[in-house]
Ligand binder design. Structure first.
Ligand SMILES: *Cc1c(COP(=O)(O)O)cnc(C)c1O
Length: 355
């Protein structure tokens, strides 16, 4: 079936054979997944590679988190939960709040105060979650929700929850289906390191099942001010403009390092300037608007290419994890701004064509 035909079909139905689903598992869905894989012609030519981006910002709440959340929520309902909770840099809270609303569960989210993008906050609120902002970072928020979920009958839907990774691995299946096989390289942003771990599981299971023949090199990218896996130690005060990956103590760190090692890939850091430069380039020269965290995959690709990490012509997939509209403040701050004119033809003509 084509991607178009698959869009709208619950991810759990499409990949039922690969997921721990039973007859008792309800299917909580909003048509997540089946996102486009788009070739970047200009960047491919410039880097002498075959570069594609997976537009995960086209999921129902605007990020890849929907893949894992539809499944985590379905399993929570199957297991009799009536309430869910998560810590979030923003997108997990948007996805949890939306899928909880659909499933009829109450939802609480804890976010780092002042450090989540405007669109994500708007989503969590309008979907009806109870939103707590801590005076601390994501790692503080996660510590608190873990304890709450141990003391109260409330299901934890962070990527500690194994069903999140099960749902997220389906993105790797889609990449293989779209290209006919796995790519040479997968470039992906790394925050809590759940997504890179999920992709690696997905590529492995697909090959095992004979649906692909090879495995990609897994290249993960963290923001320079928030790069615990690159530094080899916890970062106590992570800082970066890429708020979705502003995490100093990744829960799936070991698993992610294993994936990067086993696949002959690696982990590296990119600066906020490199991230923002890739972010602007994607929008202005390829027409692709992602959030800053997502652009770290492309910033990382550009850096790795400059360091001679590829053979010419290799096929690379960069995962663009979230939609640019999530963070309008950064988009506006990074752009030229509007030109104000009086309501007159001559003024418009002058502004566009000069005197
Ligand atoms: C959650 C998120 C990430 C990081 O994914 P992890 O699984 O935490 O590594 C990257 N980009 C965006 C937009 C996200 O929402």
């Amino acid at each position: 079936m084509s991607t178009a035909a698959l869009r709208g079909m619950p991810l759990i139905e499409r990949y039922r054979d690969f997921l721990p689903v039973t007859d008792a598992t309800p299917v909580i869905s909003m048509g997540e997944g089946a996102t486009p894989l788009v070739r970047l012609d200009k960047l491919s030519e410039c880097l002498e590679l075959d570069v594609h981006v997976k537009l995960e910002g086209l999921n129902p709440t605007g990020s890849f988190k929907d893949r894992g959340m539809c499944f985590a929520m379905s399993k929570a309902v199957e297991e009799g939960a009536t309430a869910v909770i998560c810590a979030s840099t923003g997108n997990t809270s948007a996805a949890a709040a939306a899928y909880a609303a659909r499933a009829g569960l109450t939802c609480a989210v804890i976010i780092p105060g002042g450090k989540i993008a405007l669109g994500k906050l708007a989503q969590a609120l309008i979907y009806g979650a109870k939103v707590l902002a801590v005076d601390g970072n994501f790692d503080d928020a996660l510590r608190i929700v873990r304890e709450l979920s141990e003391n109260h009958p409330i299901a934890l839907v962070n990527s500690l929850n194994p069903y999140r990774l099960e749902g997220q691995k389906t993105a790797a299946f889609e990449v293989c289906d779209a290209l006919g096989d796995a790519p040479d390289v997968l470039c992906i942003p790394v925050g809590n390191a759940g997504n890179i771990s999920a992709y690696w599981m997905g590529f492995g299971e697909y090959r095992q099942a004979g649906r692909s023949t090879r495995l990609p090199r897994m290249m993960g990218f963290q923001a320079d001010g928030s790069a615990p896996l690159v530094r080899g130690e916890v970062v106590t005060s992570p800082e970066t403009i890429a708020t979705a990956i502003r995490i100093g103590n990744p829960v799936r760190g070991e698993q992610a390092l294993q994936a990067m090692n086993d696949s002959a890939g690696g982990v590296d850091a990119v600066t906020d300037d490199e991230i923002l430069s890739a972010y602007r380039m994607l929008a202005a020269s390829e027409g692709v608007f992602c959030e800053p965290s997502s652009a770290s995959s492309v910033a990382g690709l550009i850096k790795a290419q400059a360091a001679g990490r590829f053979t010419p012509g290799e096929r690379v997939v960069c995962v663009l994890t979230g939609n640019g509209l999530k963070d309008p403040d950064t988009a506006i701050a990074q752009s030229g701004g509007v030109i104000e004119i009086p309501a007159q033809y001559a003024a418009a003509e002058k502004a566009l064509y000069g005197d």
